[in-house]
Design a protein around this ligand. Structure first.
Ligand SMILES: O=P(O)(O)OC[C@H]1O[C@](O)(CO)[C@@H](O)[C@@H]1O
Ligand SMILES: [Mn+2]
Length: 451
């Protein structure tokens, strides 16, 4: 495949639990069953709530859902074949077609199964199966099994959220007087705060509490050495080059899309960044992309998005509530829009988006910049494959590039490209878990325009 660097790259195999002892193997053997057990426990703990709301039907649904999830956990732990979905949802057919595609790719020697098939596929499949177990048991179909963890992560990050909103409102007070360099300084701080906000996902911790305790802005400089790729200058110049001459000097016409990741503290860092981009005139509109159902323990759904804004508005803290009111206003005025296309809760590599979700690809082409938050999005951007670390980001994207894009990711899975020769080896000698600990991060940019 031809890449900007003209190097021909063999497309490596998908990461999978076939490699015994690998992070994929340990995730499927240990963390996914733990997450399923916590889901079963959460449904059981809400038995009385279901009875109060739905009577005997609620109890019956609880029992049915738990038996489906126990069966799923057993199938996972005994490496049974992956089965087609049986609920009648908008995406059911597409999921079952993807299963057939995996079976064709794998050949009919062995069935598509938890420990033999691509990690990305089976991990995404588990979260879709959790949704199926609920959808097949109305009236508890829209019960969010991960809600408690997400709201807890928000409440346990209060001090960090107060610090961030205070810093933001302080900047916005005299935004007019800021020089371009000062604007760039603050932009960088908000971009990095959004980056490190990604440390707080609840999948890597198998649902264990993982909120932000330290002051997000003050800790940025001490975290800088852990940023392995820093293309923030390219992100800045993309925003600046989207400026258009207006009546009163340069005004922004740019649309920035943020493909969200986790709720709780991370979402607040994304909303603060989005507020700064609009209030500073660096962007005219922000399009947020969330998940259409509870996903990967802590990923943002529409409920989480609205709840977080309402909760911030209602906070007993002057600058938090001021920020929340502003965010509600942005949503009302259409300056901020929220979308949740079903493609984001499917297992596809993003290089398949143009073919499998052309409407979403076309929508992203309307952006001047697309920010992809988190580890799972990076796995999908790079196809979750065993690339050599020095392969270029562009090559690993395999043609995906609807708009200038940037991944803001803390490393929590063993795929990383676009490093300098020897950089990966040096990291491995210092810290064998550098790719999965969440200690390191990247700000990695790509634009077809820069080819
Ligand atoms: O919320 P994020 O940053 O996408 O992280 C998701 C985590 O879940 C994983 O799938 C591992 O279970 C990894 O991708 C990552 O560790
Ligand atoms: Mn996530």
């Amino acid at each position: 495949m031809m890449a900007a660097d003209q190097t021909v790259h063999e497309v490596p195999p998908s990461l999978s639990a076939k490699v015994v002892g690998s992070f994929a193997y340990l995730t499927i053997r240990d963390r996914l069953p733990t997450i399923l057990t916590k889901v079963i426990d959460t449904i059981h703990r809400n038995k009385n709530k279901f009875f109060e709301e739905y009577g005997e039907e609620g109890i019956h649904a609880e029992k049915q859902a738990i038996s489906l999830l126990s069966k799923l956990r057993n199938e996972l732990q005994t490496d049974k074949p992956v089965l087609p979905l049986t609920d009648d949802q908008q995406d059911t057919e597409s999921w079952n077609q993807y299963l057939q595609r995996q079976q064709r790719l794998q050949g009919d020697q062995e069935s598509v199964s938890w420990f033999k098939s691509p990690w990305l596929y089976v991990e995404c499949y588990m979260y879709r199966k959790i949704q199926e177990a609920l959808l097949l048991n109305p009236p508890i179909s829209d019960f969010d099994v991960f809600n408690e963890g997400k709201t807890q992560s928000y409440f346990e990050s209060q001090r960090a959220i107060m610090a961030l909103c205070t810093y933001l409102e302080g900047i916005k007070k005299n935004m007019e007087e800021l020089s371009k360099n000062q604007l760039f300084e603050h932009f960088n701080k908000f971009l990095q705060a959004s980056l490190w906000g990604n440390k707080c996902d609840l999948s890597i911790s198998a649902g264990q509490e993982n909120s932000q305790k330290t002051s997000p802005i003050e800790s940025l400089s001490s975290l800088q050495p852990f940023v392995l790729v820093d293309d923030s200058n390219l992100v800045w110049s993309t925003l600046i080059s989207a400026q258009r001459p207006g009546q009163t000097g340069m005004t922004s016409a740019s649309r920035v899309d943020i493909v969200l990741d986790n709720a709780g503290f991370e979402l607040v860092t994304d909303l603060v960044l989005a507020d700064f981009l609009v209030s500073s005139g660096l962007a005219r509109q922000i399009h947020f992309h969330g998940k259409s159902f509870p996903w990967f323990v802590s990923d943002v759904t529409a409920n989480d998005f609205q709840w977080t804004i309402r909760q911030t508005m209602a906070a007993n803290h002057k600058w938090m509530s001021k920020s929340g009111v502003q965010w509600q206003h942005f949503v009302k005025e259409g300056v901020w829009c929220y979308h949740d296309h079903p493609f984001w809760t499917q297992p596809h590599e993003f290089c398949d988006m143009a073919a499998d979700a052309p409407d979403l690809y076309a929508s992203l082409q309307g952006a001047d910049l697309a920010l992809f938050k988190g580890d799972l999005n990076y796995r999908k951007l790079t196809g979750d494959r065993d690339w050599d670390h020095t392969v270029s980001f562009n090559a690993a994207l395999r043609g995906f590039g609807p708009a200038p894009l940037c991944s803001l990711r803390t490393l929590k899975a063993n795929v990383q490209v676009g490093l300098q020769p020897g950089q990966g080896e040096k990291l491995t000698s210092n810290d064998p878990n550098w790719m999965t600990s969440g200690k390191y991060a990247i700000i990695q940019f790509y634009s077809q325009k820069s080819e």
